[in-house]
Design a protein around this ligand. Structure first.
Ligand code: PXP
Length: 247
């Protein structure tokens, strides 16, 4: 595995701030363009069923404006599949979605829904999108993702980050070891490996150092940090932390 570790900047929470007041600003498309200038390798946006942040119009405008690839996060529903097939984004990341959750809390149960998901992702891949499954590091989930034809798995780093911030370092290290094992297995099965969720300057290094990981998707922390230092500086600092860990 070689090559630069890519950074996908998730702009959902620019839309969260906009929607809190029902205004037209701050505009997530402007944030996406600025993130590109700051060195993002791609932009990630999650169109949720309840449209709590990103809207259909945001996706239209992102597709029309971005110069780097859009990673379109969505639940495995017929409505979202139709939207993805209309836009044909570079990448489609399938995530579990529950209305009551604040964020994507766990990985997708690919193994428990393999036949449906195989049928669901086939037309997306045929349309030219790289399909990614957002899963935990469970070997079964990884193996079934490969078997049903996904090109990519994105490993959920949320639990690792939570354990770090709670000071539970022994458990954190065990979780990190399991993520490393998962990345190795996924790579050996021909899957491209991404990772993301909850990453901060403090937690990004060990994940960036996993050699099989080719892309990190980071949002909430960067948008929060942008309040204090601006989006460009926040992204540049994250890039530095990633590159330093990668060696
Ligand atoms: N990757 C996936 C698949 C996600 O669902 C999310 C959250 O939307 C992220 C990465 C980014 O997580 P965070 O906003 O916590 O950085």
């Amino acid at each position: 595995m070689t090559g630069k570790l890519r950074l996908g900047v998730n702009i959902d929470h620019v839309a969260t701030v906009r929607n809190a007041r029902g205004s037209a600003y701050p505009d997530p498309v402007r944030a996406g363009l600025l993130a590109e200038e700051a060195g993002a390798d791609g932009i990630t946006a999650h169109l949720r069923e309840d449209r709590r942040h990103i809207t259909d119009d945001d996706i239209e405008r992102l597709m029309a404006s971005l110069t780097r690839p859009l990673n379109f996060e969505m639940a495995a529903t017929a409505e979202m599949q139709a939207i993805a097939l209309r836009h044909r984004p570079h990448a489609v990341c399938i995530v579990p979605e529950k209305r009551e959750e604040r964020t994507t809390e766990g990985g997708l149960d690919v193994a428990g829904d393999d036949n449906r998901l195989a049928d669901f992702i086939a037309p997306l891949s045929a349309a030219g999108s790289r399909v990614s499954m957002f899963i935990g590091h469970d070997p079964r989930q990884i193996e079934v993702s490969a078997r049903i034809g996904a090109a990519v798995v994105e490993l959920h780093t949320g639990h690792y980050c939570d354990l770090h911030h709670e000071g539970r370092f022994t458990e954190r290290d065990a979780e990190l070891a399991a993520l490393k094992e998962g990345a190795r297995l996924a790579h050996s099965l021909g899957l491209e490996v991404h990772a993301g969720h909850g990453l901060t300057y403090d937690t990004v290094g060990p994940v960036a150092a996993i050699p099989e990981v080719m892309e990190l998707n980071i949002g909430h922390f960067l948008i929060g940090e942008a309040i204090f230092v601006g989006l460009k500086d926040a992204i540049a600092e994250m890039r530095r932390a990633m590159d330093a860990a990668r060696g």
